[in-house]
Write a protein that binds this ligand. Sequence first.
Ligand code: NAD
Length: 519
Amino acid sequence: MSPSVADLDAKLDPADASLARTPRVNGLARYGLFIDGAFVDPIGGQWIASEDPVAGKVWAEIPRGTAADAERAVAAAAAAFARGPWPAMSASQRGALLRRLGDLIIEHGEWLAHVEMKDNGKLLAELRMQMKYMANYYYYYGGLADKMEGTVIPSDKPGVFNYTKYEPAGVVVCIMPWNSPLPLMSLKLAPALAAGTTVVLKPSEFTSASLLEFMKLVTAAGFPPGVVNVVTGYGAEVGDALVSDPRVDRIAFTGGPDAGRMINEKAARHMKRVTMELGGKSPNIVFADADLDEAVKGAVAGIFAASGQSCVAGSRLLVQDSIHDAFVAKLTAFIANVRFGHPSDPATQIAPISTRPQLEKIERYVGIATAEGARLVAGGKRAQVPGWPDGLFYEPTIFADVDNRMRIAQEEVFGPVLAVIRFRDDDDAVRIANDIDFGLAAGIWTQSMPRAFAMADRIRAGTIWVNNYRMTSTTSPFGGFKLSGMGREGGIAGMREYMEIKSVWISTGVEFPNPFVRR
Ligand code: NAD
């Protein structure tokens, strides 16, 4: 039984009375920017309407930040980096704060999951799991904070002691997309704080509410003012101002390749370091020797989980010739009776598309695929869901007879649309898999281990899954080859991205040579 809307809305505020309640104006939650430890109104006095994708109605107002707000936030982050309690803290003390934040996430996960569901429409059951797992980011990097050891270099120069140390990279701007606001933010925030940087977060204009609510936990954990700041608003307005500010040392971006390219070009002007987690068009490859029941589940999880709004979506399904027709039939049968509904209902299997523009983009691509001659075997239209006539639901959609050069095979849709492509043998699978500008991830389904290892070597992507799909962990590096990005998030590599390595040379007492005398 789905809980009532009133029951759900009652959970949009923290249960703990010590955490402030977001004010309501004309029945809508009205958020402030979070700068220097306080919620403040945007200088321009304007807000952006945030839509609940299930009801299809506005439920909150997000500050429309401007360049002036970006300036305030960067000034706060720069001041907190330079002086005050944060730079005086040891790495172990920073780690303790991060672990405290992890505990608070566990304690308040239910509330965070509800806000995120209201804003982007993901399944509540999935969000509950995500929130629980998200605490691990803070535990893991909290533990790592005081373990970034430098080295003593066995120098070839006499009379010196040369060592290296890791230092925080300065002021960091983190820019996020709408598909998984809190976890994608935490992949950046946790290592950045563990490293000792100060941070300005810029969430997507479509899904900013959960991140602003999260700042209540950042405050409760005891992070000093200015260490974490949030400015919301449009990319071209506030995002661009953040990227262009010369006081910002580093940018961590997750989003589409177009915005990524623009940000990268701007960052290059000041030689800012950048990580880019961009899109994908990942191949999920099923060999005839695979366990086909497992592979069907993997194909469905790859493309229809989160309604395909996932950077690692296995949106190109490569199926070996000899099993192609049988496999497509199995796949179509598996999704024939999926249940749409409210994301809070445990029986719901497919949640709505998060934003209206994204729904329209999916429709455009289904039109393109049809015009290109791909054969529609499932879905292909909006789903009508009883009780939610304005919900942004779309049917799981499968196109067969897709040629890898078609746009439906080359361009990221970011929705529940699968392109099925035939292949002959291993070489053909590798050729098709790599014939793309992206390189984020790939799935391989086979019972032959030699084939699994060989394919893992030959496919150019940052993550390879063999007989599983979508497995990620805070302990493991994640990122893309080619147009899918640069740099890595997760694991120890993910923390080094927020640190500079410094080499220190100390004379051990040998007389410093006269520079005009050559020996
Ligand atoms: P987007 O690129 O449109 O926007 C991402 C963020 O960038 C938003 O906060 C936006 O306001 C901001 N932005 C846009 N233009 C900007 C500019 N000129 N300057 C500064 N900021 C700017 O992406 P989206 O539609 O929100 O998200 C979908 C994309 O994100 C997909 O391509 C998806 O693959 C990608 N993604 C990648 C990963 C990954 O880890 N590789 C994870 C999730 C999503």
